[in-house]
Design a binder for this molecule. Sequence first.
Ligand code: GTP
Length: 381
Amino acid sequence: MVGQIFRFGAASTAASENRETDLSLADGTDAVILVGGKGTRLRPLTLSAPKPMLPTAGLPFLQHLLSRIKAAGIKHVVLGTSFKAEVFEEYFGDGSGLGLEIDYVMEDEPLGTGGGIRNVLPKLRGDTVLVFNGDVLGGTDPLAVLRTHREKNADVTMHLVRVGDPRAFGCVPTDEEGRVTAFLEKTQDPPTDQINAGCYVFSREMVEQIPADRPVSVEREVFPKLLTDGAKVYGHVDAAYWRDMGTPEDFVRGSADLVRGIAPSPALNGQSGEFLVHEGAGVAPGALLMGGTVVGRGAEIGAGARVDGAVVFDGAKVDAGAVVERSIIGFGVHVGPRALVRDAVIGDGAQIGARCELVGGARVWPGVIIPDGGLRFSTDV
Ligand code: GTP
């Protein structure tokens, strides 16, 4: 079921975007989204839900990307699934609720990012394929990437984004024509600030050339081979909003950026604010919500609690006087009175006792019970 029932607090105007107006660029284009990864860096949350389905600014993360694809005028979307494959179809069905036509192709064994693209070939309808990693929050109009692809008459066009510190990403230099000259996975000495943004345009023939029925990495195998073979690989370079949502730090930040309108999402219809509270959630008087916090359905925030830049999933309870900062509070979690949760991930159903302190990257596994005062970084009683 696709729904949208929440209210924003202290509303402001969401970021606007420069959008490509030539929707005919989308003709003959299928969108493919890779959603088959295990999301290990977001465990324990991804033990029960695949990463692209985690609630982000009130919606499954993937819905923000699907709304961007829809806004670009692309109708047909193929999801390449593997880990927890059934969850996607249960939620999005045939896509008609979003005005899309969604097909699903499941890999029994994960085929990797390149194998996942090759595997959806039988479902493709057009001659151009726009591929997305299913865990990137981006502000780039897909049509702008398609335009570059058409103008350059490229075999493959990669979206490249300029970032402050490119060392943790695939670094992709281009020549003065915009043609990709190298593909360097995570290097300490990057020659450019342009990184692989996880969005590519492939011509159908290029997809056909990816080896079938075995795991293939698009980053480590497909791109290096395309360059060796002399294929026409171009970059579409910009400095738009971009975030890989793969880690807890990035996930909370990305969610907060969506709520505050720093990251644009057509799924939010231009709404934004300092926090977002779902209908049916309870926020006691004197509780302070800020920093792009999201409070899920049926969740409760007690009097005097302070929740800053956090994602509180459905049914969770944060008791009076507790402080939650930049953390993810899983489904049905109970955070006791005056507890401190900072830069932490609390798995579904865990119970954090009164006055506990969980900070600096702590991850509590689902269902774990920490008694009152049972975990602290100070000696006060
Ligand atoms: P980590 O385990 O935390 O690294 O996350 P991940 O498994 O999602 O891997 P990564 O972030 O590198 O994946 C990038 C994108 O590709 C994500 O949207 C994944 O869902 C997707 N992906 C990764 N591996 C596969 C695969 O084998 N098959 C398919 N269909 N998608 C994949």
